[in-house]
Design a protein around this ligand. Structure first.
Ligand SMILES: Cc1cc2nc3c(=O)[nH]c(=O)nc-3n(C[C@H](O)[C@H](O)[C@H](O)COP(=O)(O)O)c2cc1C
Length: 216
């Protein structure tokens, strides 16, 4: 695509705004409503979020993961605990997550810290997954170099045989992180680039939320 064509890619957003009069005291109810609306709107992978972590030199990295649970205290995703993101989170638990619901001209971003989900919760979620995904978790040495696709598929087949006729055991190197937010921002695209932004913030996780509007 030509530079000129990229420059002209542009939409105006004629959405209804966020109702500032009826904002809840905490972000959870509004996020839950927006998630429902993203599902109803048929957004592909509405629970997909882009997650940013930092390495020891404070260099950020990004990837997409699936949010798998949500409550008042935060949201969870599952991954391999030896992956690049997990190593970074163990060194520095600071995290940012972004839900890019572009078809609704919306985004929600979370900032906070992670804690490791209890082994019981990770185990229960692991066993709720399709069998092939469970074996896939065992087969993948996530984020490590791979010599060939063949190497991965052979490892998967070996594991299929190893676990044949029995429950796939829970791999201790796999589980959840819970994101405990201290800042949640809702963004709704509006006309003339006069978008709505609402930010909830609190100094720490056990304090009350402050809510305010931001300039677009
Ligand atoms: C739609 C989508 C959903 C994904 N969901 C997950 C997930 O829930 N957990 C996960 O570990 N990786 C997931 N991935 C793969 C990650 O983006 C990433 O490649 C992988 O976790 C390794 O990241 P890392 O090397 O930074 O640790 C997903 C990718 C996409 C595109």
């Amino acid at each position: 695509m030509l530079q000129k064509e990229i420059e002209t890619l542009r939409n105006d957003y004629s959405n209804e705004g966020i109702n500032f009069e009826s904002l809840p005291d905490e972000p959870h109810p509004l996020f839950s409503t927006w998630l429902d609306q993203a599902v109803s709107a048929g957004i592909p992978e509405p629970n997909a979020m882009i997650v940013a972590t930092n390495d020891t030199k404070s260099e950020p990295s990004l990837r997409t993961v699936l949010m798998k649970s949500l409550d008042q205290s935060g949201l969870c995703f599952y991954t391999n605990y030896t992956s690049r993101k997990s190593i970074q989170l163990n060194q520095n638990p600071a995290i940012s997550c972004l839900f890019p619901w572009l078809a609704l001209h919306r985004q929600v971003s979370f900032q906070g810290k992670v804690r490791i989900v209890s082994a019981e919760q990770s185990k229960a979620y692991f066993h709720s997954r399709p069998r092939a995904s469970q074996i896939g978790a065992w087969a993948s040495r996530q984020s490590e170099p791979l010599t060939s696709r063949d190497e991965l598929e052979k490892r998967f087949q070996k594991l299929e045989k190893r676990f044949e006729g029995r429950e796939v055991p829970y791999p201790e190197f796999w589980g959840g992180f819970q994101v405990l937010p201290t800042r949640v921002e809702f963004w709704q695209g509006r006309n003339s680039r006069l978008h709505d932004r609402v930010v909830y913030s609190r100094p720490s996780q056990d304090q009350d939320w402050d809510v305010r509007l931001l300039n677009p």
